[in-house]
Ligand binder design. Structure first.
Ligand code: SF4
Ligand code: SF4
Length: 132
């Protein structure tokens, strides 16, 4: 750890990090609009490469999240109803084998923002690519 508490990792170390199953990425995440807006945008092709419409339609909308972005979109905070917690608190996806692509691809190849408890949080690690 450096002075900031952020650990520097290379690509191999990054890929070797194991999820701690805290569940934060499934129960408190933001998307750039209300569910109604997201579904309307998806009908026009938005997010089609990484979001499944049925998954978005099932999400629980918890409320507004932060400030509107430069396009004046108001992000919303969501939870996925497919998440369960085991008796000792470990988070479990109840549709793990069939989870959507957006879940399979997480953390999308680099440190993630907005999930401070995540093992891939940009508050915990910094990825340094080493030239081969
Ligand atoms: S489908 Fe599973 S992995 Fe994806 S957000 Fe929901 S609980 Fe998490
Ligand atoms: S927030 Fe990160 S560590 Fe926690 S369950 Fe999601 S991927 Fe795993």
């Amino acid at each position: 750890m450096g002075e900031t508490g952020v650990r520097t990792v290379d690509r191999q170390e990054f890929e070797g990090i194991t999820c701690n199953r805290c569940g934060e990425c499934c129960e408190r995440f933001h998307l750039p609009g209300t569910k109604e807006q997201l579904l309307a945008w998806m009908d026009q092709g938005w997010g089609g490469n990484y979001l499944e419409r049925s998954w978005v339609a099932d999400l629980l909308e918890l409320g507004p999240y932060g400030e509107p972005d430069e396009e004046e979109r108001q992000p919303s905070l969501f939870a996925c109803p497919k998440l369960a917690h085991e008796a000792h608190g470990t988070a479990t996806c109840t549709i793990y084998a069939d989870r959507p692509k957006t879940c399979r691809l997480f953390p999308y190849g680099g440190p993630v923002n907005g999930f401070p408890n995540c093992v891939w949080s940009d508050e915990r690690i910094q990825l340094v690519e080493v030239a081969s």
